[in-house]
Design a protein around this ligand. Structure first.
Ligand SMILES: [Zn+2]
Length: 293
């Protein structure tokens, strides 16, 4: 089995288009372990992870992107968050365990719903894009998002292998128009369609086993492809004792005292990685001392 956790970006020199390839194994396994998700939920969360990697790779500034799926289906909510350094985390909240175990596919799992994409630059205002889940697969929904919110012709391919617990994805996207002349536009569209046809021939066993160089050669050996340095994709939850304490600081001191009196400690469990943080009276002294004065 491959041990890829890598994102590759490339330019098609003669086609006014760009591409991305993401191949994930252990970073994906870290996200699903400890959660006991049904197989179809693992699969969809994996696809959402690969999709979010492809999306964060389009960030032109420091920041992070959260992609959420929300609907009336057996999965109430699913979310993956990643930043420009490809540090990823993700979670699924299951509304109906029995139905989620027997459902499969985007529509059956999420139901009538939306994909909400929140982009948070480190500097500046966050913004949000919402698209209805009109297609029955995440790849087409993401392409639809690019077409509607950014008006950039884009095609996305997603692959998941629940047995080996690996996921992968590819993206082909036209670059924004240069001089915008109609002759160029037509040629760009033809080139884009041609690249999509070539990319359509990727097979799952290839994307899960070949290196980026080998895969790009296999798909585009007649094109001029400029491959940039690969970027590592890692699983980083981001929860910490400090963040828990910051949350506890928002609770009324009298209430903190009451919880401590009843339970002897305050426990907080991270939804993403299931780590539990415990705080006893001693460690919360600075919060409750306010109340005794
Ligand atoms: Zn965590």
């Amino acid at each position: 089995m491959s041990q890829f956790n890598v994102l590759n970006r490339y330019l098609f020199d003669d086609a006014h288009a760009r591409g991305e390839l993401v191949q994930l194994s252990t970073s994906y396994q870290s996200i699903i372990k400890n959660h006991n998700y049904p197989t179809a939920v693992q699969e969809l969360l994996g696809e959402l992870l690969a999709a979010t990697c492809l999306l964060t790779a389009t960030l032109k500034f420091e920041g992070d992107i959260t992609v959420q799926l929300q609907g009336d289906g057996p999965i109430g909510y699913m979310s993956v968050n990643g930043d420009n350094n490809q540090q990823m985390r993700g979670i699924a909240k299951i509304a109906n365990e029995a139905e989620a175990s027997s459902a499969s596919g985007l529509n059956a799992l999420v139901g009538k719903g939306t994909m909400i994409i929140t982009i948070r630059p480190k500097k500046g205002e966050a913004y949000q894009g919402v698209v209805a889940l009109t297609e029955d697969n995440l790849a087409d929904c993401l392409a639809h998002y690019f077409e509607t919110s950014e008006q950039i012709p884009t095609k996305v391919w997603l692959f998941s292998d629940t047995e080996q617990q690996q996921v992968a994805g590819a993206l082909v996207q036209l670059l924004p128009d240069g001089d915008g002349s109609s002759i160029n536009k037509e040629k760009h569209q033809e080139d884009f369609q041609h690249l999509c046809q070539l990319t359509n021939t990727i097979k799952a066993d290839e994307i899960f086993s070949l290196t980026a160089e080998a895969l790009l050669y296999r798909l585009y050996h007649q094109e001029k492809v400029q491959l940039f340095d690969p970027q590592a994709v890692t699983y980083v939850c981001g929860c910490s004792e400090e963040k828990c304490l910051a949350a506890i600081a928002q609770i009324e001191p009298s209430e903190i005292k009451a919880i401590l009196a009843e339970q002897g400690k305050i426990s907080m469990t991270c939804d993403y990685c299931i780590t539990t943080y415990n705080f006893d009276e001693l460690s919360l002294q600075s919060f409750i001392s306010k109340v005794s004065h």
